[in-house]
Design a protein around this ligand. Structure first.
Ligand code: NAI
Length: 349
């Protein structure tokens, strides 16, 4: 099922089993050149260990580039617990996972992810200190979503500057897909900045609230891609930039919080060919990660804000690189992240 290349660039992959609690998990540390490997711990009923392994290898690699692009002194890692979070999650299982994380001595730092909650991390935290994203009562920084939204907002300002010569969004129309934790906060920031909003969500109540709160126009979920707007901000699910949606777009900029927005790599090239400026997802949505990472050195709101504003600067460098080299923005972002990694590796020698 696997080829040698699947493991070629991982520093360490740990298989965890704890019979009394039924824990089966894999922790993948992809790269610690820039610092300890940070990444969420997912719980999912994978059909096989091979499927779980494939997921954790792919996700941990992605975290290395996300941290590098966000200028954080952190590496990339990820953990997966094999099991159904609705039926198999117990305090004993979570604590056994905490012990497994602790055994790595801080080389891997864990956080909440799909299938795990901040409350679960209270249990993990009983056995390891290498946890971030804890609730405020446990010494953490609480919900990262407003900070993620702020990063997306700064990223859109940078995109506006690159595309229209001015970093302001007053009078521009932004189509926001998804009014959840991040999408809602983003709407607040855009509305305060004088942008007009076109919104959609599968939850009608959220849509009505946005219409009332922001004077937004609403469209059914499938019509958001063709909405008449200047910017499309995907804040719901991934793979929304694909063969079906791209021909519908009338916007000039795409930038939002959703992970893995490009269905396939070549859709980044297709956006470029259509003259649409794409803010790579792993760069523009790093605000939450910047916030939780700051817990390690003592949370400092002003420093976090400076680093989150830095998302805009990183994007400007990416847009310029994309233009000067004639490559899609996603590829330019990867190049810059790889350069940061190799320069750090050289300095370490
Ligand atoms: P959320 O679950 O709070 O919000 C998602 C919203 O999208 C919900 O209101 C949901 O009803 C809506 N939605 C689902 N399917 C839809 C569809 N087909 N059309 C329109 N709306 C739909 O999630 P959250 O935390 O706001 O995150 C949004 C995205 O950003 C996710 O992809 C997440 O992985 C990503 N992200 C979130 C971060 C955070 O700090 N919360 C950090 C980095 C990425």
């Amino acid at each position: 099922v696997f080829s040698a290349g699947d493991f070629a660039d991982h520093e360490q992959v740990v298989f965890v089993a704890d019979e009394p609690s039924g824990l089966r998990a894999i922790i993948a540390i992809h790269d610690t050149t820039l610092g300890p490997a940070l990444g969420g711990c997912r719980m999912y009923p994978y059909a096989s260990e091979a499927e779980a392994l494939r997921d954790v290898l792919r996700l941990s690699r992605g975290m290395t580039f996300k941290a590098a692009a966000a200028n954080l002194d952190l590496g990339g890692g990820k953990a997966v617990i094999i099991g159904d979070p609705r039926t198999q999650k117990t305090p004993a299982l979570l604590q056994a996972m905490g012990i497994a994380v602790e055994r790595l001595g801080g080389r891997y730092i864990t956080a909440e992810d799909v299938g795990t909650t901040v409350e679960d991390f209270g249990e993990l935290h009983k056995k390891t200190k290498h946890v971030v994203g804890l609730p405020v009562e446990l010494g953490g920084t609480g919900d990262p979503s407003p900070t993620t939204a702020r990063g997306v907002y700064y990223g859109l300002l940078a995109a506006a500057r690159h595309r229209w010569g001015e970093d302001q969004l007053a009078g521009k129309t932004v189509a926001v897909q998804g009014l959840g934790n991040v999408g809602w906060h983003l709407c607040e920031l855009l509305h305060a900045a004088g942008a007009k909003l076109v919104v959609t969500d599968v939850d009608d109540k959220r849509v009505s609230r946005a219409v009332a709160a922001f004077g937004a126009t609403s469209v059914p979920p499938e019509e958001i891609y063709g909405a008449r707007a200047d910017i499309f901000a995907p804040c719901a699910m991934g793979a929304i930039l694909n063969d079906e949606t791209l021909p519908l777009f009338r916007v000039e900029i795409v930038g939002g919080a959703a992970n893995n927005q490009l269905a396939l790599d070549h859709h980044g090239e297709a956006l470029r060919a259509r003259g649409i400026l794409y803010a790579p997802d792993f760069v523009i949505n790093a605000g939450g990660m910047i916030r939780v990472a700051s817990e390690r050195e003592g949370f400092d709101e002003a420093l976090v804000d400076r680093n989150v504003k830095g998302i805009g600067d990183s994007l400007l460098a990416i847009f310029q690189r994309s233009e000067s080299e004639g490559i899609q923005t996603n590829a330019a972002a990867m190049l810059l992240a790889r350069e940061r990694l190799s320069s750090a590796a050289t300095h370490r020698l």
